[in-house]
Every structure is written in structure tokens, then in C-alpha cells.
Design a protein around this ligand. Sequence first.
Ligand SMILES: [Zn+2]
Length: 291
Amino acid sequence: MQLTFAVPRQTTSIFVVAIDRVPSGLGSVVPWRMCRPHRRCAAEWLGSDRLRLSRRRAKDSPWRQVHAMLGAAGEEGPERDRVRRAAHHIVVTATAAPADQVDVAPTARAAARALATECDGVVVDPLTGAVVFHCTDCAGERPDFTVTDDWIGWRPGPQGTVAGRGLRRFGMPEIVMAAAACGHTLCTVTGARLVADRLLTAHLAFLRDHPLAPTRTIDDSLRIDGMEFTLRWQPGHPTPAPTLTVHPLGPPADTACAKVPTPTRPLPTPARISHLPAALCPTPQTTQEAA
Ligand SMILES: [Zn+2]
């Protein structure tokens, strides 16, 4: 069977920078204190739909409740308090075709990072529902777009499910991963990330070839490294937001955990998946400890 979804003409990336101290001029930070190559793009796009900045008092901000998206425990806990108490918001928005978000979203996030660095602020990405942390191996935003670079946030859901947030930025339905057959939460999370990475990579390739396509049709089954998954529309589609539920079909239960491949990036931190139980599967747990 196949699944068809509408691809929006445009989507908007939003980054909320929660600050107490307002810079003397936003223009002194963006683009001039941004990292390369995003500085050059920001200089070109600033003031257009591709990069807009607005500042207002937090109590008047449309994102005044943005802290409620964040986990109350783990590494996001202190950030959540800082965001809740912040006096001002600088909102960075980037509107573009989904295919172009691979260019404009990193530049917008680089601008938000630069503003947060200048004002000792915290960046929140409402599309992923997560704090934008600095990565450990680079000073700011990576120069090149990578699908696994925190463009999707994960939250635990009912009955062992894990819900992804952020695929809509690229004109895709969001996904909810059903609990893995083994019942191990970490296996569910690992499967969710594998599926999201595969779906997004294929979707971006489709958009490169068909940038004006109003719809896209995909197969309702996926096979990744010997594991099979089936995709279904979540009941209620297409409102409020199109969401696909993903059900893992195999491999057989006695080998399922051993066959979960090593993720290409560290698994979500406890803050992102704020109240997951301890991992049970030996292979993925080793990966998480290594992260
Ligand atoms: Zn397992």
C-alpha cells in the first residue's frame, strides 16, 4: 500500500532566544557575530522572509509559554527555569519552501545561537520542543546540514510509544513509533531515530528532484538493516497535524535487541526523553554510555 501526503508550499522555522539582557542592537550581532558560512547567508537574507528577527518583552511574546515544552528534569530542567524567568524574547523566523529549509533553518539557528551567546540567553526550538544546546565538538552551528543534527525532538508517549517532533519543518508528517516488540524503551527510541533519519533523507532527495511537487506518495513499509517497519496514518489524520504511526515488524524477538544497529549519533539524552526507564538492551545501552 502507499501513503500520500500534501507537501506545503512553505514552512517556518522558529527559534526563541530567551534573555534578560537586551543587546544594544540586534544588527550588531546578526550577522556580524555569527559563524561562517552562515554569516554570509544571514547578511544576504536578513529582513526577508528567510531571516527575520523580532524582540519583545516575554510577557507580550506569543511564545511566553514556550518553557512548558521543555522537560522539567535532566539537563533541560535548569534551562526551563531560565526560559520561564526570562524578561525578553528575541524570535528568529525563517520561512521558505521545505526543500530550502536545509539552508535557511541552520542559518536561522546560527543567528539564534549568536544572540544567545551575546546575551547569555537560552535558545528554544518550538518545532522540536527542545532547547538548542551547543554541540561538544564545534563552536556554533555546523556549516553543512545533517539530518541527525537535532532537527527532530523526541518525547515519550502512552503505552511505550515515542513521538518525534520536527519533520513538519521539511514538509513531512510527524511520526510516532509504537513500542518495540521486546518492550525495551531504548529499542523503541533507536528504531524511531532510524526510521526518521531514513524517511527524512529520502524526503529531502525527493524535494531536490521535485521542488514544486504539491504531494508526495511513499510506501507504507520500510526495511532498514534487516528490520521491517510498517507505516499507518494516525487516527484523526489530517487534523490537527498529519502523523504517521510506525510499527516495528521484526526481526524475531529472540534476536531483536542484538540486531539493533549502533545509531549514527548519540541517543536522546534523559532530558529529551525525560522520564524513560533505564535502558535494558545491552547493545544500545553501551552506545548511550559511550555518548
Ligand atoms: Zn530490546
